[in-house]
Design a protein around this ligand. Structure first.
Ligand SMILES: [Zn+2]
Length: 75
């Protein structure tokens, strides 16, 4: 039996507020992916279509700019 590729899941806008700078970010995610993420799926597996900064916001509620400020590159 040939594997039939699944159609892309519909995405809905999700609002996430950075707890540090309180800026609200909105990006489109599939509700099913979000459900998987809440159930413990790694963000990079649940949301391969998001940027690193967007995933960081989902994981830690910290936006890319604030994350860089908290954890500056050491080299
Ligand atoms: Zn921030």
């Amino acid at each position: 039996m040939a594997a039939v590729p699944l159609p892309p899941l519909p995405r809905e806008p999700l609002q996430v507020q950075c707890t540090t700078c309180e800026k609200v970010y909105i990006f489109d995610v599939s509700p099913e992916d979000f459900f998987d993420f809440k159930r413990g799926k790694f963000a990079q597996d649940a949301f391969p279509y998001l940027t690193n900064d967007e995933r960081e916001l989902m994981i830690s509620r910290t936006c890319g700019g604030c994350f860089d400020a908290m954890f500056p590159e050491t080299d």
